[in-house]
Every structure is written in C-alpha cells, then in structure tokens.
Design a protein around this ligand. Sequence first.
Ligand SMILES: Nc1ncnc2c1ncn2[C@@H]1O[C@H](COP(=O)(O)OP(=O)(O)OP(=O)(O)O)[C@@H](O)[C@H]1O
Ligand SMILES: [Mg+2]
Length: 303
Amino acid sequence: MGWCPCSGKSNNKSKKKKKPQLDQIQPPNSSEKPKTISPVDVKKETSKDGETEHIAAQTFTFHELATATKNFRADCLLGEGGFGRVYKGWLDSTNQVVAIKQLDRNGLQGNREFLVEVLMLSLLHHPNLVNLIGYCADGDQRLLVYEYMPLGSLEDHLHDLPPNKKRLDWNTRMKIAAGAAKGLEYLHDKANPPVIYRDLKCSNILLGEDYHPKLSDFGLAKLGPVGDKTHVSTRVMGTYGYCAPEYAMTGQLTLKSDVYSFGVVLLEIITGRKAIDNSKSSGEQNLVAWVSKHVPPTFQLIS
Ligand SMILES: Nc1ncnc2c1ncn2[C@@H]1O[C@H](COP(=O)(O)OP(=O)(O)OP(=O)(O)O)[C@@H](O)[C@H]1O
Ligand SMILES: [Mg+2]
C-alpha cells in the first residue's frame, strides 16, 4: 500500500475542542419541520486550475477508510472538532491523499448533518468550496472523505501560533478573505435556490497550496428563502461569536446572517484577534464589541 506521512503536519491538534454551538436555543415561533430538499440548480464555475471537474461522491466501506488511516492511528490525526476527528489518509484505489472525518457516534446532530453535508457538497462545486470525494455509511459508522488541504485551516495560521511559525503577511490575508468571499458569493448568488452556509468561521476556511482558501463543513447549511420570503425560520445553530445577533434572537435566518459571520472573520484576519477570547479582560473578550468601541459612530452601519 502506498502510505502517506500522516504525521508532521503543522496543524495537528490533539486537544478536544468543545464546539460552542448555539444549537439548543429554541427561538420564539420556531417552526422547523423536516423538509424534502429539492435539487439545487447550480451554475458551474470554470476554474483556472480545472478543479471544477467534479465526480459524484463515491461510497467507501469502513474497512477501506480504516486501511487508509492505518486504523485511525493517532499520528494521522489532523484535528478534532465538535463532530468528530479528522485524519489524514491515503486511498490506494486512486493514489490520493485525503482527509477523513469520522463523526462521533454519540453526537446528537451527527446523522442529519452528515446527510446535509453529503447532499450539499454533491450539488455545490466551486474552486472556493472544499471537494467531497466520498462518504461511508457502514452500519452506524458515518465518515466523510474530503480532498486534503495541506495548509490546514485559517485558524491554525491566525491564532495560538507556535513561536517558530510565521505570521500571515497582509497580501495572503487579503487573498484568503477574497477567496472566502467568492465561495460565499457562489452559495448566495449562483446556487439556485441560494444556500445559507451558517458556519462561516476561521476553522472552516481550509487552505490549499499557496494559501488558496476553501469553505468547508456544510452540515449546518440551509436552503435560503425563495419567492417573496425574506428569511427561513429555523432552530438557532452556529458558533458563538460568529452568529448574527438578529438570527440568534429570532431564529429568522437570512443570507445576511452569513455576511455577519464573514465580517467577524474579516475582523479576525485584520486584527489577529479571536472572535471570542476568554483570556482577555471582560471589555475585550468579544471582538465585534471591542472593535465597535474603536470605530467612530459615523462609520457604524445602522442596518
Ligand atoms: N480537508 C481537510 N484537509 C486538511 N485538514 C482538515 C480538513 N478538514 C479538516 N481539517 C483539520 O481538522 C480540523 C478539525 O476540523 P473540523 O471541521 O472537524 O472541526 P472545526 O471546524 O475545527 O471545529 P467545529 O467542529 O467547531 O466546526 C480543522 O481545524 C483542520 O485543521
Ligand atoms: Mg470545520
């Protein structure tokens, strides 16, 4: 078997991160019902690097993915989020390095998010969205197989850097912001019906060669409002610090909720501060509140 050097990746995180989700807040008049999701009509983007030549997501057996990760060996661990661990793996069948996310089997939201992720990423293709190579739904195992993003996430390059790690230069920061914005524009303006991403944050912006950014994690994504509707009503989900306040308060989700999260990411890129940083003094813990204090009122937008 061809084997990839799983270890030695700069963004290895062995710590378990608890996802600070807003997923249990029930907004007033929330009326979310299970919906049949109709196919999304997606206009294909042509990519300079030819990455849009997508193939339908493949199915894998659990055995294939266990083999790919040497039985989910600890030195293949790339990181861990609220939904499970992500491993670097090698697919013999296609001679390809991949990232394999194994969903936590005890997770409450896991199965629904797994289905949404597979559905969304099978339909949506853009140079600034991560490619889903395939998935595994063997018994109660749920795994997702993505293209491997060699530079990890934007979070790995912005926050808690080890002393020997170089800071991102300004041009690279702007390139990442512009690429993430293009991915979001595609979801909002090119996908039909539009897709609300709901989970825009630094850890979900993955970086390829030359810091090419791609949005990842579509498990919380929602089809946006159609026709005369201005919003979709839904349970409030997302990540504390990135979630638009009007959505958090009402459960009314709009495309602008993503734009708010993008603004938070942009502030993180510009200031190098975290969206929420509990190690700072109380007036500085929330980045948006902290920045607002420093922006003259004339520059503050009302709507
Ligand atoms: N396709 C990929 N290629 C390379 N590394 C990846 C890939 N997908 C995820 N990772 C790594 O695994 C880490 C964990 O990802 P995951 O999406 O599970 O959680 P998260 O986004 O960090 O947090 P949360 O669960 O709160 O969304 C990422 O921060 C990144 O470093
Ligand atoms: Mg993620």
